[in-house]
Design a protein around this ligand. Structure first.
Ligand code: HEM
Length: 281
């Protein structure tokens, strides 16, 4: 299992989407930061840089085989194939996200701001759809169903990670998190169920059925992802069913478990980017 430039490139653009989704989660949870550009600008920059790196990383092995300059070949690939431009299309909704950020910077009415955050959420889903469209799913037999499953899977995953990351500022500033965790409990549970069902179905469409084919890199990465999911689920479940219902909520314990869940979910995202750049069986 090689962790090459292409995985780093995929992780960069996925991180950009997660930063934007975290801005949405903060906006819907507590009205969001006064200046949303603090999140949306780095998010769109990471996504744009990541998309260009994915294009370069896709061409790099061919360029080294042909002993040709990689940037010239990447430009030629962009100009002469349909896949080249497809790798950069997620940048388009990112530009729209910047316009929404400007709207959020000047808008005061809470209802209107909330509407803008839902528009930003739809923009994030559009980015995920365009990322999925240039991935493995496009070459599977059931590409349309596969695309739908992949987009729902990615949206559920990114939403879960964004909700947890949106609570971290509370963690660092010493504000209580137990109330917020109770408030979002059912949403998080629904996201996890959707994530597992669409993940297993998407793996099946890529030729990987349970038990995961451990002789293949793809199968081993799926196993690691499943382990990360179960660990994050155990942490979320511990807070939800043990700590939060307790008579006296132990805020410090709730916070360390939430911090642990955040770290495991970030690890799962790294594994997801790696899986997406690994050939399916
Ligand atoms: C039961 C556990 C899981 C299974 C079976 C699963 C399966 C899959 C499959 C088959 C893909 C498509 C890979 C490809 O293009 O070939 C995928 C992509 C993805 N998965 Fe999962 N997954 C699981 C858990 C998770 C978790 C816990 C997260 C994150 C919190 C996650 C986030 C993602 C993301 C973001 C992608 C798309 C990555 C990209 O395109 O950059 N998955 N997953």
């Amino acid at each position: 299992m090689t962790f090459g430039l292409d995985v780093l490139a995929e992780l960069t653009r996925l991180s950009g989407v997660v930063v934007l989704a975290t801005a949405v989660a903060r906006g819907l949870l507590d009205g969001g930061p006064r200046n949303p550009f603090a999140f949306i600008l780095p998010g769109t920059a990471l996504l744009a840089v990541g998309c260009v790196l994915v294009l370069v990383a896709t061409i790099a092995p061919i360029a080294s085989r042909l002993e040709e300059p990689v940037l010239a070949l990447a430009l030629e690939y962009f100009q002469t194939t349909s896949h080249g431009p497809q790798l950069l299309t997620p940048i388009l909704p990112a530009i729209y996200a910047l316009l929404l950020a400007e709207g959020l910077r000047i808008a005061d009415a809470p209802g209107f701001r909330r509407g803008l955050y839902w528009m930003l959420a739809a923009t994030v889903v559009a980015m995920l759809a365009l990322m999925a469209a240039s991935g493995h799913v496009a070459v599977t037999e059931w590409d349309h169903i596969g695309m739908f499953l992949q987009i729902v899977h990615m949206a559920a995953a990114v939403a879960w990670v964004a909700i947890v990351l949106a609570l971290l500022p509370r963690l660092w500033s010493g504000q209580p998190v137990a109330g917020e965790l109770t408030r979002i409990g059912n949403v998080a549970l629904a996201l996890v169920i959707i994530l597992i069902v669409t993940g297993i179905a998407s793996a099946w469409l890529h030729g990987a059925t349970l038990p995961w084919p451990l002789a293949e890199d793809y199968g081993r990465l799926l196993l690691l992802k499943t382990a990360a999911l179960l660990l994050a689920l155990a942490a979320a479940g511990w807070n939800r069913f043990i700590e939060l219902p307790a008579a006296g909520v132990h805020e410090t314990r709730v916070r360390s478990v939430l911090g642990f869940e955040a770290v495991v979910l970030l690890l799962a995202l790294l594994l997801a980017a790696w899986l997406t750049r690994t050939p399916p069986p």
